[in-house]
Design a protein around this ligand. Structure first.
Ligand SMILES: [Zn+2]
Ligand SMILES: [Zn+2]
Length: 103
């Protein structure tokens, strides 16, 4: 039995290892949700199946994912950080009118 991966899996935001097991993503990767902060995440290796996003500032594809934001309307935004110029930016993953609805 290899359970190591799950054992050392922690929330990328708060570092907690208490999590709910959610469904699979569209690419059949297991999603988890942190019990403490509500952050959804996958195993680090599962992020690799997602394509690289070029930097919006310098155009480098030497970027990494730097967290995902889930908006109140259910839309998600993926944050990326460029390793070359250190610029960080968000990409809306669902094309809803993100911040249109206010609270
Ligand atoms: Zn957390
Ligand atoms: Zn850049």
């Amino acid at each position: 039995m290899v359970v190591m991966d799950e054992e050392k899996l922690v929330c990328p935001r708060c570092g907690s290892d208490e999590r709910y097991v959610l469904g699979k993503t569209d690419r059949r990767k297991q999603m988890y949700q942190c019990k403490k902060c509500g952050r959804r995440y996958m195993k680090p290796e599962d992020y690799k199946v997602y394509p690289k996003m070029p930097c919006q500032k310098c155009g480098s594809v030497n970027t990494r994912k730097a967290g995902r934001r889930i908006l109140s309307g259910g839309a998600t935004k993926q944050r990326y950080r460029c390793k070359d110029c250190n610029h960080s930016f968000y990409i809306a993953e669902t094309d809803t009118s993100e911040e249109a609805e206010g609270r």
